[in-house]
Write a protein that binds this ligand. Structure first.
Ligand SMILES: C[S@@+](CC[C@H](N)C(=O)[O-])C[C@H]1O[C@@H](n2cnc3c(N)ncnc32)[C@H](O)[C@@H]1O
Length: 265
């Protein structure tokens, strides 16, 4: 079951369906013309000046993404609690994950990856700097009856957390990381992908177990092409796969959304 659909994109916008709701949001990379002449039955439109324009009265709604139900909300940043481009990463690593594997999910947001792997009975550590976002992920865990699953919920700066894990000698069998271009840690620490990516990967390397099965890195930073990311990644791990993150459209044009590089055992 998948309640998500990219309907079309173009004119620096994207048109997507999340369950019953069809949303139009800005999309800087969609410099091409829309494929469909008219986008019909739009339930909500976001732009950075006037935020959301919608007749939809409910503050949140639920969608099914694979086996996981996610609560979505129209946030003031235009995000809604689900990044569809990250699904392809889940599809690549999920077959490797087995019961009791220790998996670290960094920059983990509203929890889709965490919950999908917890459902496979892996032991998850979910790290995000935003308490609001971690609370949202915990609510998603309850919605999926996973409140008793083995998940450590951590509100912290990823770099600070990793340095502590290195000191403690913690080890993981798999790491997923989807860092933003720019972010802030829980105490306001600044994260800048271009400045911090090498230290981030060095720390990830230090928390990997000898039997580690995967490291999956993705990013959405303009200028970090698949080859750039692969060559950074290869300073620390052999890249089994790398490429462009793409959301495939039903009728309209496919949407490139960043780069990924993955080590798979
Ligand atoms: C692009 S989202 C990740 C989306 C996620 N991969 C998904 O598909 O659901 C980036 C997340 O990183 C978090 N973040 C930003 N800077 C951080 C930092 N320094 N330490 C920890 N989390 C951070 C944000 O709160 C946000 O939830």
């Amino acid at each position: 079951m998948n309640d998500y659909e990219l309907i079309d994109s173009g004119n620096e916008l994207k048109f997507e369906r999340f369950g019953n709701l069809k949303l139009v949001r800005p999309c800087a990379q969609a410099l091409w013309k829309k494929k469909m002449p008219k986008w019909e039955d739009v339930d909500a439109t976001f732009d950075r000046k006037s935020l959301w324009k919608t007749q939809h009265k409910k503050p949140s709604w639920q969608v099914a993404i694979g086996e996981i139900a996610l609560e979505l909300k129209m946030t003031e940043f235009g995000h809604i609690g689900f990044f569809p481009e990250h699904l392809s990463i889940l599809e690549k690593i999920s077959p490797l994950v087995e019961k009791n594997d220790k998996v670290l999910n960094l920059f983990a947001y509203s929890g889709l990856m965490t919950l999908a792997l917890a459902q496979k009975k892996a032991q998850l550590c979910h790290v995000d700097a935003s308490k609001t976002t971690v609370d949202w992920a915990r609510k998603n865990a309850r919605i999926n009856n996973l409140e008793k699953a083995s998940i450590r919920w951590i509100v912290d700066d990823v770099m600070k957390f990793l340095k502590r894990e290195v000191k403690r000698g913690s080890r993981y069998d798999g790491v997923v990381l989807d860092p933003p271009t720019f972010g802030r840690g829980a105490q306001g620490q600044v994260f800048k992908l271009e400045r911090d990516i090498n230290l981030l990967l060095e720390l990830v390397k230090q928390v990997l177990s000898k039997e580690a099965k995967f490291v999956a890195l993705s990013c959405h930073t303009p200028g970090i092409s698949p080859l750039v990311l692969k060559q950074i990644f290869e300073g620390y791990f052999p890249a089994s796969d790398f490429g462009e993150l793409v959301i495939l459209a039903n009728k309209g044009r496919d949407l490139p959304c960043g780069s990924f590089a993955i080590f798979l055992k």
